[in-house]
Design a protein around this ligand. Structure first.
Ligand code: C5P
Length: 225
């Protein structure tokens, strides 16, 4: 890890398109990618599997610290097991924002995240990338969209995967998760003071990527990659 390695921090609520934006930028720049939400989802999925409940914060934190996590070719491998699909289930999704409110769990995950700052650069997406994890990031984006639009996008994604989904239930789940992420005491979801705020409600992902890439070029972050 090095503070000299450039970071692009992308934060925002669920379904704002930040994951798609982050992977498009990482690919274009040839930089590493950190999907920090996946880490909270992993902690949630493993907690469910091991039967560790939310009232056991130190046990959850110790468990999180001890996990051997790697991201290989779009797969999430934890202690040698493929958890790619498990961390996207409804149970893990909902619990992820609850374990994410625990200071001990966040502290355990903080080190893992900072270790991913490696040459030639890192694109990191989450809720507190620009505020807490990488406050010195060269570029900070806060990507927002109204809740109805975000729920509709999730609905389309799941539908395309052939899953049966219910739009009002998705909207309700998104609102609950937003509420927990915004209201928690530790590292709440909020834009960093120096973040560029983009509302993607009426934008396509291609337009969002183009707008952010123009900023990357303006800040000379693409040079040398
Ligand atoms: O981004 P994603 O939806 O995968 O994140 C799952 C959950 O993890 C979020 O609802 C949020 O509570 C938590 N999270 C967080 N901080 C981050 C990334 C995700 O608290 N940097």
């Amino acid at each position: 890890m090095s503070d000299n390695v450039p970071v692009i921090a992308i934060d925002g609520p669920s379904g704002s398109g930040k994951g798609t934006l982050a992977s498009a930028l990482a690919e274009r720049l040839g930089w590493h990618l950190l999907d920090s939400g996946a880490l909270y989802r992993i902690v949630a999925a493993v907690a469910i599997a091991r039967g560790i409940t939310l009232d056991h914060e130190s046990e959850l934190a110790a468990m999180a610290e001890g996990l051997d996590i790697s991201f290989k070719e779009q797969k999430v491998i934890v202690d040698g097991e493929d958890l790619t699909d498990l961390i996207r289930t409804e149970g893990a999704t909902s619990l992820s924002s609850e374990v994410a409110a625990l200071a001990g769990v966040r502290a355990a995950i903080l080190t893992m995240q900072r270790e991913m700052r490696r040459v030639p650069g890192l694109v990191a997406d989450g809720r507190d990338m620009g505020t807490v994890v990488f406050p010195s990031a060269e570029l900070k984006i806060f990507l927002d969209a109204d809740a109805e639009t975000r729920a509709q996008r999730r609905y389309n994604q799941l539908k395309n995967k052939g899953l049966s989904v219910n739009l009002p239930a998705l909207l309700d789940a998104i609102k609950k998760r937003d509420e927990r992420d915004i209201r928690r005491a530790v590292s709440p979801l909020k834009a960093a003071g120096d973040a560029i705020i983009i509302d993607s409600t009426a934008m396509t992902i291609v337009e969002v990527v183009a707008e952010v890439y123009a900023e990357v070029v303006a800040r000379r972050l693409a040079e040398g990659t």
